[in-house]
Design a protein around this ligand. Sequence first.
Ligand code: WTA
Length: 655
Amino acid sequence: MSQASIESVSRESRVFPPQADFARDARVGTRQAYDEMHRRSLEDPDGFWLELARELHWFRAPTQGLDWSGAPHAKWFADGTTNLAYNCLDRHLGPSASGLAGPNKAALIFEGEPGDVQVLTYRQLHREVCRFSNVLGKLGVEKGDRVAIYMGMVPEAVIAMLACARIGAVHTVIFGGFAAEAVRDRVNDAQAKVVVTQDGAWRRGQVVPLKENVDRALAETPGVRHTVVLRRTGNPVAMEPGRDHFWHDVIESVSAKHEAAQLDAEHPLFILYTSGTTGKPKGVLHTTGGYMVGTYATSRYVFDLQPNDTYWCTADVGWVTGHSYIAYGPLANGATCMLYEGAPNHPDPGRFWSIIERHGVSILYTAPTAIRAFVKWGDRYPMAHDLSSLRLLGTVGEPINPEAWMWYRRVIGNERCPIVDTWWQTETGAMMMTPLPGAIATKPGSCCVPFFGVSAKVLREDGTEAGPNEGGLLVVDRPWPSMMRTVWGDDQRFADTYWSRFPGLYFTGDGARRDEDGYFWVMGRVDDVVNVAGHRLGTAEVESALVAHRSVAEAAVVGRPDALKGQALVAFVTVKAGELPTKELKALLLEHVAQEIGKFARPDDIRFTDTLPKTRSGKIMRRLLKEVASGGEVKGDMTTLEDLSVLAKLRADDE
Ligand code: WTA
């Protein structure tokens, strides 16, 4: 790679200051207040974080903040003992410490895909978690043992996670969309003793046969002693006597009393496998105290949680967003959380808006990929519902194209709701860069500024700091409480992947630029950078230009080898409902990119497609498209690909 940095071609210049009425009641209501808190968090990180930590319950209060003596392995609050499930549940049963919760406040509002609704108050959720903690104990699960959770989006998935946290077992949640092989590999890597699953999960009116997949996986997982199977869909399942137990049976025979284990702050909390785009999945390990404080603080300040909020994060519990912002962060704050089981377009593309209307959702946190799907399905679905309960919108998971951001603001937020575009990773545990909705003016497509305690920089290849608007590599240059502690079973990989590119700095793997106001613009994974005739471009920006065209719903741009230019750009484009993928449109789009960015960025080829290959969390798999574009064979790990038929279709279109 040359010394040259990544060229940034985005020219977004719209700015939206926080609305006065929102700012008035917000936890942080001015830019100046943010600046002061942020400065203090960097000048005295131990003091800052210990103060936040004290808002939570500790059996033994920590006196220490960061211990970095074992770098790159951080310890936070190391002399404290606590329990995250206690903080999510028991703490809200007494006189409310947070001012948000109470025993009879709804903790979870669950809506199943078939339409069934179940509400669990904090008292009820506490009771169910205590019972399941006793079930795990009865099955021989001890502190430090691993438990795999392979479920759909049902309350019991959250109950199982909290029960693990309560007894000090380490959970590894495996996304319910994974096939048997992926389950087997993760269960074996984590050496899980128990697998918690369900007969099946509802998805677009169909049953996903979770237990059947577990049965196939368990043929090759020698360490598993027991499974617990929740009845959800009622489809027939095979039950192996002695090994498999129905949830409703085992839960009957246990007490509802359970005392939360007093755990060291550095006790492991969970392992979550993240595949990135290539290679064997990495088991990202998070521990208790720092993760608790990080998710608590970010939920509180970024979502600006207030007592009457109904908060909805649409992520799956199988991803880190579901861990940090469905389960732990919001519950530690005593918030009311919506949980929806199924697909956004079942029975029709208006489902999300109907849920918001019927349950009075006030905060919506979703992903750019979902937003682009809503744009594609058409405005008439959100327009048909009363969305006036919403007061705050959020996104996570990918760079959001400015046009999708504008649509979100206009059609969903009615030009009234602030948008928090939150940048973070499985590895960071909690949000790292984000606007605070009452304090920070937003710019469409920018994740804005670092959260408290976070210091990020954009570097050139040689490690010097990039200038304003100069694209480069995004690093974090000091430790933060919720950072990952290691890769489970592969400490060397932890050091190599994150700490060797720039010694002493955490390398995110993302490209970014920082503008003249100090705002960060993440340009995607650096693996997605292409070099066209000497210009190193983040493909996300070319995609943004394409999506800005009124006919385009979604675009993915990749490079393919080109004798003349080094690399040439190939764009895969899906059009909005009602638009036709014609030759004329192709020509218009090429011209459009040349107009928006410059001739050098004009793709060599545009291919229309119905769908793009995505990971199960909605990230476009550019690696696969790159292989399709270069006409080569598609190789490598595809276990995260959501819909295998997409690839076949793309190749068939190839002529
Ligand atoms: C990308 C999800 C731009 C980024 C929490 C990161 C984003 C990766 C944003 C982590 C955002 C996430 N703007 N890019 N707001 N949020 N990303 O581990 O490339 O599933 O490194 O964690 O998603 O994905 P992960």
